[in-house]
Write a protein that binds this ligand. Sequence first.
Ligand SMILES: CC(C)(COP(=O)(O)OP(=O)(O)OC[C@H]1O[C@@H](n2cnc3c(N)ncnc32)[C@H](O)[C@@H]1OP(=O)(O)O)[C@@H](O)C(=O)NCCC(=O)NCCS
Length: 139
Amino acid sequence: MNILIREMNIDDYEEIMKLWMSVEGVTLSDADGKEEIDKFLNRNRGMSFVAEDDKMIIGAILCGHDGRRGYLHHLAVNALYRGNKLGTRLVEHCLIKLRQEAIHKCHLFVLTNNQQGANFWDHIGFHKRSDINIFSIDV
Ligand SMILES: CC(C)(COP(=O)(O)OP(=O)(O)OC[C@H]1O[C@@H](n2cnc3c(N)ncnc32)[C@H](O)[C@@H]1OP(=O)(O)O)[C@@H](O)C(=O)NCCC(=O)NCCS
């Protein structure tokens, strides 16, 4: 397989949305409009990645930080390409970028019903927190 991992840019938006909408375990919201993703990519330059073969984008991940902690969002690999370490490689690319920015811890959110996703993160070395709940509010 001839697969390239490269930085995500906003021109990838339509293809990435197609991928995100096609996989289980990724929930999209009003934070995922083109303008919002463009803003995210600009605030976190060079930190998000796509995997593509000759024809199309087959994997994607968003990565950013707030100056203190790193965050990963929306990791997805096309179901036909899973099991080839693409998910791992996408995550590694992000962690390298975070290290370069002197960010020493990275968090991510997994839906409570996404057991497969949770198993993947556990398998590649992330640990599930049982000491934190997420609280949210509309602003
Ligand atoms: C999770 C996902 C990104 C994994 O992508 P992938 O490219 O198949 O993963 P990799 O090939 O890099 O897997 C790396 C390792 O994790 C293991 N693994 C992958 N998915 C796993 C799962 N669901 N449960 C347990 N282990 C898993 C692989 O067997 C591999 O193990 P190894 O290193 O011992 O060989 C992909 O299944 C996916 O897109 N799922 C749907 C979207 C999703 O749930 N994303 C996470 C949102 S929080």
